[in-house]
Design a protein around this ligand. Structure first.
Ligand code: AQP
Length: 334
């Protein structure tokens, strides 16, 4: 019986990337599922906050679940499920919208960036993009999670979840655990290989700077070898002055279990650094890709894991969400 509970998730808005893997998934597999009551979720409702194709979201949801198993999540050790299969997320989200303010939602960096992108594309901005952090807070608070292992880009949303938990507890009585974000020491923010000032993001339009977990080895090599580096020749770690090289050093350090500072002295050229990083990533992803091929051939198994996972998740979330409904002043069903 573990005393720590962990919750985290991935959005099926695109194919999973090296950023998702190094920033989040690898820790879930190697550490978190072995030391806690851990829940991992394909957060499909979040994929509806931007322009989407229904069939694609369904395919990507299944692919994300299959990849999480291929990466090494074990259904005997953790709970893997799809967000929309557990009604408690949406039920609690509304209550948290009644606790949050529109000002704090509008301050979220991800909202401002994504709303900007949607406007550039000429589309409207969905209201759900603004309220997304309330749903994300519901994802976490429904399980009374203590820890939320995420990449750096999600820290602000976890901070908001903390604020909402504290505010709810103060106003309506102790209901939620106040969660905290955890992030890896290296590769908490993997950058785009073509634009090392921007995060490697799965829903970005151009794929040439984004390494996807299912990219063929030759494609991975090509992406690294063609990646943007910085002016000058020395291979030193300086995220401000040398973002391209520093990103490669972070990725390589994460693959090899060392630090970018330690690695920086080992290279006399950018080409050598690119080559070794490409090789390290290919090796790291090889077993995941092989296992993915096997699992993709057996969708019945993945469905069974998700069905069982949703049951377990529901059992955990319902008492807390019911308690929140009572605490906030809603009459229990007669
Ligand atoms: N580049 C990254 N470096 C480190 N960690 C990352 N994560 C995402 N990108 C990086 C972490 O992976 C987990 C799942 O991410 P997500 O599915 O919530 O979102 P996303 O991959 O950032 O993609 P989006 O939101 O669909 O769109 P874009 O592409 O616009 O960002 C999280 O823990 C996240 O921190």
């Amino acid at each position: 019986m573990y005393t720590t509970r962990i919750f985290s998730g991935v959005k099926p808005t695109g194919h999973l990337t090296l950023g998702n893997y190094l920033g989040a998934i690898r820790r879930w597999v190697d550490v978190d599922q072995h030391r806690s009551d851990a829940l991992f979720c394909v957060v499909d409702l979040h994929a509806l906050t931007v322009d989407h194709d229904p069939g694609r979201v369904r395919r990507l949801s299944r692919q994300a679940a299959t990849l999480l198993l291929a990466a090494g999540l074990e259904p005997e050790l953790c709970t893997l499920f799809v967000q929309s299969h557990v009604d408690e997320h949406a039920r609690l989200s509304y209550l948290l919208e009644c606790v949050a303010t529109d000002g704090e939602m509008r301050r979220m960096i991800q909202y401002r960036e994504k709303a900007g992108r949607e406007r550039e594309r000429g589309g409207g901005v969905r209201l759900s993009l603004l309220t997304y952090p309330a749903l994300m807070a519901a994802d976490i608070l429904a399980y009374r999670a203590d820890e939320v292992p995420v990449g750096e880009d999600q820290r602000q949303h976890v901070e908001l979840s903390r604020d909402l938990a504290v505010r709810f507890n103060q106003r309506y009585g102790q209901t939620f655990t106040v969660p905290r974000a955890t992030q890896p020491t290296v590769a908490a923010r993997v950058m785009d290989l073509q634009d090392p000032k921007s995060k490697m993001g799965k829903s970005h339009d151009s794929g040439s700077g984004i390494v996807y977990l299912l990219d063929e080895p030759e494609v991975i090599e090509k992406k690294f070898l063609r990646g943007v580096t910085d002016s000058g020749f020395d291979v030193s770690y300086d995220q401000e002055a040398r973002p391209g090289v520093s990103n490669l050093l972070e990725i390589l350090a994460s693959c090899e279990g060392t630090t970018p500072q330690e690695l920086s002295g080992e290279f006399s050229s950018y080409a050598a650094l690119k080559r070794r990083t490409a090789d390290a990533v290919v090796q790291l992803l090889k077993p995941v890709q092989e296992r993915h091929r096997e699992l993709a051939a057996d969708p019945g198994h993945v469905d069974a894991v998700l069905r069982k996972g949703a049951e377990r998740a529901r059992e955990r979330a319902k008492p807390t969400v019911d308690a929140a409904y009572r605490a906030i002043g809603l009459l229990p069903p007669m």
